[in-house]
Every structure is written in C-alpha cells, then in structure tokens.
Design a binder for this molecule. Sequence first.
Ligand code: ZN
Length: 294
Amino acid sequence: MSNRFKPIFTTYKPVMRCIYCRTPHAKEAPLGKEHIVPLSLNGTHILPRASCTPCSKITHDFETTCARTMFGKLRIALNAPSRRPHLRPETLPVHFKLGAYRHTVDVVSKDYPLIAFGLPEYDMPLRLTEEASAEFYKVRWRTYHGLKRNAPALTYSAGLEIPVHIDPVAFNKLLAKIAHGFAVAEFGLDAFDWLLPPYILGTATDIFSVLGGTAPLSLETFTNRPTYRPRFTHRFTIGILDSLRTGRKYLSVTIRPIIDCAPQYHVLAAEVPKETTTKDLEAISDAASARRYS
Ligand SMILES: [Zn+2]
C-alpha cells in the first residue's frame, strides 16, 4: 500500500495578528495556528500565528459542537482525525424497530454501519438580494444517510432508525470561520474590511445577511483548490458576487463542505470596490500569500 491517501497540508504565511480581533502576536501571549477547516473534519489548510487564546476558545466551542453533534458518527465511520482518540466510544448504539418493538444493539465503533448527517440549504445571502427581510428567508434541511460500504450485514436493516442532529447556529459560525480564514490566508489581514469576525465571535447575529446558498447568477472564479479528497471533500472557491439591485460587489467564499453532493454555501467575506475584477483579486492574492506545501 502506498501513501496515496496521505493528506496534503497547505501552510500559509504566519499572520502574526489574531485574524478575529487583531491582537498582535507577543512572546508572553503567543498566537496559535488556525486550521481553516477544523482538523476534526480533515482540514488540511493551516494559518500559523493567527488566533489569540480567547478567540480560539470561541471557535473551538462551535467547532467541537459541529464535530461531535452534527458529524460525530460520520467522523467515526470515516475514521477522521481526533485530538482525543482515546475519548472515542468503543461501541455505538444502533436503534431499530422490529414489528412494534424498538431495539438497540451496541456495535463496535469501527463497525458502525451508518453514515448519516444533515445539512441546511439556504437562500442567497440577504446582502445580495436586499429585498426580502430575514422573515422570508427560507431554510431547508437535507439529510444524507446510507450504509457504510463493507459494513457488516444487518439483519435488522429494514427497521433502522437513523439519527441526524443539526445545530444550525454552530454550523453557520463554522462556515463563516472557514470563509474568513481562507480569505485572510489568500489576501492578507489588511486587504479588505472583513465582514465575518463579528459573526464568528458571536457579537453580530444577522448572519444570513452574509451567508447563504443556491447557485449564483454570476460567479467568476479564480481559485478552485480541492483539498484532501478520499474521505472528506471540502471545496472552496473565491470569487466576486454582486447584488443585482445595488451593484455592490462582494468577495465571496463559496464552500461545498464534507462531501461532493453537499449544498453550496456563499459567504460574503468583504465588500469590494465596484470596479474590482477577478484579475485584481488574483494580483492581491499573489502579492499577499505565501503558500508552502508540506
Ligand atoms: Zn483574537
């Protein structure tokens, strides 16, 4: 066996300031590295010296909620990395119904047969539509479930009950964090007035003004860097989205998290001058980013 599936890590230039609150790096209060997508979801993009201790605590909390609540069983099924593998349960319950009766059997975690999780589907970010108030904003839920390939045969599969947990507040913050980290990594902390830190830190709550989904009317893209693919597939694309109503332009990070058939999310990381083109973005990115592969 080769190491064909070895993850490829991308490490960016150290930021030396907290990308959320801009606290500078100091010897007595060093900044930690940010995994742009959490390690728990097989994130492989690293931004060194980029998060202060208080901000790390905030991001760690919603990342942990997502990793455990929304994607916990998926992570176990796919054997995703864990900082605390010893805390992983040895067995997991499988619930099923036979006739009128509910049953539970405990199976060894590595044999857990189900891959099940849910993801929300959103309308476009409100800053792009600027017509509907949040009241009319639609959220739909999509669930994904299946039996793991090579799972032991289940004699009770007909009555399986498939648990799916969704925590939209934590998940939306996670999307904002991924978008902000990726945008800062590519363009530098001083390139734009970043919109997302207040949503990530929880001081702003109207997140659907900057977060949404569905296919854009026009998305010019210049990056499409698929990350480590065999198990989790996270795709990020940076482009410019404009509001058809106002002509305002935004730097948007488009994220398709977890798997290929996941919904696509648009996260508006910054408003950019109206004359900005993707060529300009490319130039700023080339000047700012220093990527290494390790
Ligand atoms: Zn901070």
